[in-house]
Each structure stands twice: as C-alpha cells, then as structure tokens.
Write a protein that binds this ligand. Structure first.
Ligand SMILES: Nc1ncnc2c1ncn2[C@@H]1O[C@H](COP(=O)(O)OP(=O)(O)OP(=O)(O)O)[C@@H](O)[C@H]1O
Ligand SMILES: [Mg+2]
Length: 227
C-alpha cells in the first residue's frame, strides 16, 4: 500500500465549553495515509464524531493542529475553508441530508454547480457516479421516492462529485438493514479503490471495521489503539 501521509493530526484537543464543560479530545496524534480505508471505533460518547467534524472543518479545534496536504485547517480563513470543504472533502452521515424535493441527479450535481464546473460537466459526472452506485434507473426519482439504502447511495455519489481527497463517513450504514448496509459498504470500498480517495469510517460495526486497511479504537479521548 502507498504510505504517503495525507492528514497529519498533532496533539489535537477539543473541549466543549458548555456549561457543563466537556473535555472530549485530550491530545490526539495520528497520521492518515493517502487512499487508505481507516476505521475509527470506540464507545458511544468517546469523541468519534467530534474528531471527524474537526477533520472536516465543521467545528473549530481547541488546540493542536490538523494538516491536510500540508494545509493547516485552522489557519484558513472562512472563504478558504468553505472552498476547501466543498472541493477536497466529502461527507456521508448516518442520516442523509439530501434535498427531498429534488431528484437524485439534481442532488448529486449541486455541490459541483457550486464550484467551477458547468451544468453539462456536472450532470455527466453525476450520472456516472449514480451508475457506479447502481442507481442508473433512479436518476429522476425524487429523494422521497427512494428507499433508505438508495438514498444513502445518492448521498455517497453526492459526496464524491467534486473529486474529494477524503471521504468522511460517520456511521454511513448505521440506519440500514444488514443487506442494504452490506451493499453500501461494498460500494464505498469499491469506489475508494476505483476513484482513489481516503475513506475515514466511523463505525460501531466490528464486522465492517474488520474489512478496512486499519482499525483504531478511540479511548480516553486520547489514545487511538490499533487492533
Ligand atoms: N456541541 C456539543 N456541545 C457540548 N458537548 C458536546 C457537543 N457535541 C458532543 N458533545 C459531547 O462530547 C462527547 C463526545 O461526543 P461525540 O458525538 O463525538 O461522540 P461519539 O463517539 O461520536 O458517540 P456516538 O458513538 O454515540 O455517536 C459526548 O459526551 C457529547 O455529549
Ligand atoms: Mg457519533
């Protein structure tokens, strides 16, 4: 495997000021490699989502640093961060936040239209991604007309439209039954190898974690134990 470091996290701390004050991350240090599939597990409340949100620039760090491709997230101004989030990172959550009134195709195209791509390029790539997730026959369905598993596949296609370096996935199959969860998981793995991106997967499923390149358990807000 290519061991080029893509994300460097150094002594990362996060305290929610509350009240009550919650010290969630107390000094996390971690290298994440280019194109690896990394699982992060840990007890409920251990800080997995917090860590993912900090990597994604969704929430601000208390101290320490996160560098992605040598760019330090906390040193970016608001517009740099917004553009970085839209072009370098993709997000998939447990509950998709797709726009219900729009079609699958429109939802997938949207982040691309917000960048430099025109409508024709955006629509072509969106169609290609929807084919890759097996939804070639659902492109013009509105989100409300899709099953949960199908909607989650649309969310994955949308997250990948701007060629992200990293896909941040927070329990992406947590809301699906076993069969759909397996389909979505296989799709994610397949796409990560075909398209080439780093997948950081937060999961409670040990069977899913087993299938990754590396699995780390977050403990005491500090230690990431490889197991
Ligand atoms: N915005 C917030 N303000 C205050 N405390 C918060 C906030 N977000 C999370 N916390 C607290 O931080 C801790 C870590 O939360 P986090 O969501 O990161 O856990 P998690 O590991 O993702 O848990 P789960 O597996 O249940 O999703 C929890 O104790 C939570 O109550
Ligand atoms: Mg969580």
């Amino acid at each position: 495997m290519n061991k080029e470091v893509l994300i460097k996290i150094n002594n990362l701390k996060k305290t929610y000021l509350g009240p009550p004050k919650v010290e969630v991350l107390k000094g996390v240090t971690l290298d994440i490699y280019k194109n690896e599939i990394l699982a992060i597990t840990g007890e409920s409340g251990s800080g997995k989502t917090t860590l993912l949100n900090l990597i994604g620039g969704i929430d601000s760090i208390t101290s320490g640093s996160i560098c992605i491709e040598d760019k330090e997230i906390e040193k970016m101004n608001e517009s740099e961060l917004a553009s970085f989030r839209n072009t370098s990172l993709g997000y998939v959550f447990q509950f998709h936040n797709l726009l219900g009134e729009f079609t699958a195709l429109e939802n997938v195209m949207l982040p691309s239209l917000m960048t430099k791509y025109n409508k024709k390029d955006s629509s072509q790539r969106a169609e290609h991604l929807l084919e890759l997730v097996g939804l070639q026959n659902r492109m013009t369905h509105r989100i409300g007309e899709l099953s949960g598993g199908e909607a989650q596949r649309v969310a994955i296609a949308r997250a990948l439209i701007n060629f992200p370096l990293v896909l941040l996935a927070d329990e992406p199959t947590g809301n699906l039954d076993k069969k759909n969860a397996d389909t979505v998981q296989e799709m994610l793995w397949d796409m990560s190898k075909k398209i080439g991106f780093t997948l950081i997967l937060v999961t409670h499923s040990q069977s899913q974690a087993k299938l990754t390149d590396r699995k780390l358990k977050l403990e005491y807000g500090e230690t990431l134990t490889e197991y």
